[in-house]
Design a binder for this molecule. Structure first.
Ligand code: ADP
Length: 202
């Protein structure tokens, strides 16, 4: 079995909401290895977004540990593109030296007709696919996507899944999703249970 790329152990997240501790994510453990396509699923509010942002290092767990042995890239639900760069430059950002590869990737995600535009001249669904293209272009060992098909119709969901569902050798994918179509392409499924609403005072 290959070495883990990412290991989370008993990761728990709570928030202090006006003096009361609110549990956002129950203690959760997982291991991501090369070749894995891990779907994090479960009902709304069970902590899917919280977990992937912790795995990506964008948020910190209240308790528990995350060990990243490899590079990661994260596409949050609200994709942040740089407004003053064209779509092409936004996608190429992490590896400008490989910008020549962007048109093929953009074509696979049906955003190739937008390469000369600025992000403000694109739709929410297009911005989401541009964010996925940017993450894939970055070529990190672990790509983490939060609800990457939330703004896609069935045809564009298939494009996104075709682009991401077979990670390159040595790489892995983690997707937070409530969409059964997305869960169906996963090799590993982590189903989150509802967190209890309150766990007492911090
Ligand atoms: P999911 O992605 O499964 O819908 P989230 O990870 O977005 O769930 O949220 C999990 C829980 O954490 C929800 O109950 C949500 O209300 C709560 N939560 C998320 N962010 C905050 C915050 N900044 N402050 C307080 N509670 C939060």
């Amino acid at each position: 079995m290959s070495e883990p790329l990412l290991v989370a152990t008993d990761v728990l997240r709570s928030y202090d909401v006006r003096g009361q501790a609110v549990l956002a994510l129950r203690a959760t453990s997982l291991t991501v290895r090369a070749g894995d396509v891990l779907a994090v699923t479960g009902p709304s509010g069970t902590g899917k977004s919280t977990l992937v942002s912790i795995l990506a290092g964008w948020d910190r767990p209240t308790s528990g540990t995350v060990v990243r042995s490899a590079s990661t890239v994260f596409v949050p639900q609200r994709v942040a593109l740089l407004d003053t760069l064209t779509v092409l430059d936004n996608i190429a950002l992490a590896a400008m030296d490989r910008a020549g590869q962007v048109p093929a990737l953009a074509s696979a995600l049906a955003v190739d007709h937008l390469l000369d535009r600025f992000p403000g001249e694109t739709s929410m669904g297009e911005r989401q696919r541009i964010g996925v293209a940017r993450a894939l272009h970055a070529g990190a060992a672990v790509t983490l996507l939060d609800e990457p098909t939330a703004h896609q119709d069935a045809d564009h969901t298939k494009l996104v899944l075709d682009a991401v569902a077979e990670p390159p050798p040595g790489c892995a994918l983690v997707i937070a999703t409530h969409d059964p179509v997305v869960v169906a392409v996963a090799s590993v499924v982590l189903h989150l249970e509802a967190a209890v609403a309150a766990i007492g005072r911090p």
